[in-house]
Design a protein around this ligand. Structure first.
Ligand code: ADP
Ligand code: MG
Length: 239
């Protein structure tokens, strides 16, 4: 599904991603963990096409997408759910949704939007507000998941969909993510720095990022290892 080869990204002369390689298989739920500032969000944005100044290669289903625009990548089936979604006052959430929803008629789009909102327990009143404006942290996260359901990506990168959620919302978001994966046969790259959400998901692979590169990959046991020992043992052991 996705292959990243020897990726380097510089922002303002500072190397944020260094010689990073990562593979995500078809229908894989891949968890990416790492401390704050390790470069997880930068990596997520680079897969979506937010940076021009990169070295290395990104392949999506064998196609070299390294130079493609965000829109082209989106059309190929890549989606990014943001860690901090932007608020746009004055742009109605419903208007935004009808623009991204797929459907042959306006009515079909509206029906689809409402059925997904119901399913994700998103209040219809919220859809009449400005985009993300005044949404709580949890509402923003839920709304990112709603966009994933509307756009139906083959690869969804979800950047900390669990941050700031209470335990009930966390379970619901985790269920929405695994249901989506099952129904759409999609791959998911789930970024988190808490292990909490991983208790509710069926995880295929785990990678750990430190200082701009992947330092270790493994199965679910890697999460337990990090819980016990912290991230620093990976620095010290120099893996
Ligand atoms: P994470 O998501 O793992 O917390 P980020 O990718 O957000 O990490 O950030 C990695 C590093 O890149 C941080 O040191 C951050 O300050 C820096 N960084 C990210 N975006 C920018 C930017 N636009 N300008 C300068 N530095 C940035
Ligand atoms: Mg981040």
């Amino acid at each position: 599904m996705l292959e990243i080869e020897n990726l380097y990204i510089k922002i303002n002369d500072k190397e944020i991603i260094k010689n990073l390689s990562l593979k995500i298989e078809d229908n894989e739920l891949h968890v990416l963990m790492g401390p704050n500032g390790s470069g997880k969000s930068t990596l997520a944005k680079s897969i979506m096409g937010y940076f021009d100044n990169i070295n290395g290669r990104i392949l999506f289903n064998g196609l070299d997408i390294t130079k493609l625009s965000i829109e082209e990548r989106s059309k190929l089936g890549i989606f990014l759910g943001f860690q901090n979604p932007i608020e746009i006052e004055g742009l109605s959430t419903m208007t935004f949704l009808t623009h991204i929803a797929k459907g042959s008629s306006f009515k079909e789009k509206i029906d689809l939007i409402y059925s997904i909102a119901d399913r994700l327990k998103i209040d219809k009143e919220m859809l009449s507000r400005s985009l993300n404006f005044g949404f709580s942290g949890g509402e923003k996260k839920r709304f990112e998941i709603m966009q994933m359901y509307l756009l139906k990506p083959k690869l969804a990168i979800l950047d900390e969909p669990d941050s700031g959620l209470d335990v009930d919302s966390l379970k619901e978001i985790a269920k929405a993510i695994s249901d989506y994966k099952k129904e759409s046969n999609a791959s998911i790259l789930l970024i988190t720095h808490y292990s909490r959400i991983t208790n509710y998901l069926d995880i295929n692979r785990v990678s750990v990022m430190l200082n701009g590169t992947i330092v270790k990959s493994g199965d679910i046991n890697l999460i337990k290892e990090i819980e016990q020992k912290g991230y620093n043992y990976l620095v010290d052991s120099n893996v």
